[in-house]
Design a protein around this ligand. Structure first.
Ligand code: TYM
Length: 328
């Protein structure tokens, strides 16, 4: 089966962008791939964070992922920092990564804007991401649109390594689902994101009233909808509807929009109702899992063991090819 890797940062709560942009895809791909999913805490520490709660957030995120349908029997689910080979491979990759390439990463440019302190870690972050993927020799990477550039860089790193040291790594392809870019309901010109203010993200585990408040106040456009033209806010509501509602409902709303009869409040209600039907069971499952947190810890321990087994084998080979490390 093809090998697949993806990761998510334990910063803030899982939001609808993560869920529809990545996690639902992770779940669907489990059956026909060898899947490795990681909670990437070493990525999270490149920005402001609280060391006291990081580990707890990582376990909490694992709980969310399992509640969303990641099956630790089918997939390897683990915390990145527990497999130290990630960092070792990152260093080796630093030597085959072009500095110029890193300066072109748009996410770095976005994230470093308006910050007093920009760490070298934030700059080098995509190299760690390449190490994450290639440590497991994964050839597929399910991500949202914002990560495609990092996967493309990973391909270049693999190519450079292979040409310098010999054929070893695959050149991975991103897999992007139909919800490649969910936008903020408060500002549909920017993507839904957990690092931005709370109002820019709808949490998967958020309570119903608060989700309704955010959908109800979603920015649409002044006046009535007309023809095929859609404002970004209305398009985003349609995206959310398409992800959760039956085909006939979607078609009815599309027709109303085409004919200029669409009432935004009706669209918002439909988005809310259909969304809740999709995520209510996930929220319920999470509550159940929370009753036995040590079970989730045990699953992560098992995930670490399996990840470590692959990582250490591949890393041994890499050390040999590069000519570093203990003589074995
Ligand atoms: P992170 O933690 O920011 O996001 C996790 C996943 O959610 C997707 N995503 C979105 N998709 C659609 N619309 C949105 N508004 C939205 N916001 C987030 C992201 O594209 C991502 O797939 N660098 C990565 C984590 C990472 C990783 C990896 C991913 C580390 N190593 C190796 C893949 C492979 C990140 O910060 O994702």
């Amino acid at each position: 089966m093809p090998k697949l890797f993806s990761g998510i940062q334990p910063t803030g709560d899982l939001h609808l962008g993560n869920y529809f942009g990545a996690i639902t895809n992770w779940v669907d791909l489990q059956e026909e791939h060898d899947t490795v999913y990681s909670i990437v805490d070493l990525h999270a520490i490149t920005s402001e964070y609280d060391p006291e709660t990081l580990r707890e957030s990582a376990v909490d995120l694992a709980t969310d992922l399992i509640a969303s349908g990641i099956d630790p029997e089918e997939s390897i689910l683990f915390i990145q920092s527990e497999v130290r080979e990630h960092v070792e491979l990152q260093w080796i990759f630093n030597t085959v990564t072009s500095y110029g390439d890193l300066t072109r990463m748009t996410q770095f440019k976005d994230k470093s804007e308006d910050r007093d302190f920009v760490s070298a870690g934030l700059f080098d972050y995509p190299v760690l991401q390449a190490a994450d993927i290639l440590l497991y020799k994964a050839s597929r990477v399910p991500v949202g649109e914002d990560q495609i550039q990092h996967v493309e860089l990973t391909r270049r790193i693999a190519r450079k390594f292979n040409s310098r040291f010999g054929e070893f790594f695959p050149e991975p392809e991103p897999i992007v689902g139909k919800a490649a870019r969910i936008m903020s309901t408060a500002d549909p010109e920017r993507k839904m994101s957990k690092s931005a203010h709370d109002k820019h993200a709808i949490g998967l585990m958020e309570d119903e009233d608060s989700i309704w408040e955010k959908i109800k106040s979603a920015v649409t456009d002044p006046g009535k909808a007309q023809g095929d033209e859609m404002s970004p806010g209305v398009a985003n509501l349609f995206t959310l509807l398409e992800l959760t509602a039956p085909e006939s409902t979607i078609e009815d709303f599309r027709e109303d929009h085409r004919e200029g009869n669409l009432m935004y409040i009706d669209l918002k209600e439909a988005v809310y109702e259909n969304l809740m039907s999709e995520i209510r069971p996930v929220q319920k499952k999470k509550k159940e899992l929370m009753k036995n947190r040590s079970h989730v810890e045990d699953l992560l321990e098992e995930g670490k063991r399996k990840a470590k087994e692959i990582a250490s084998g591949n890393m041994e080979e890499v050390r040999r090819m590069v000519g570093v490390g203990p003589k074995s």
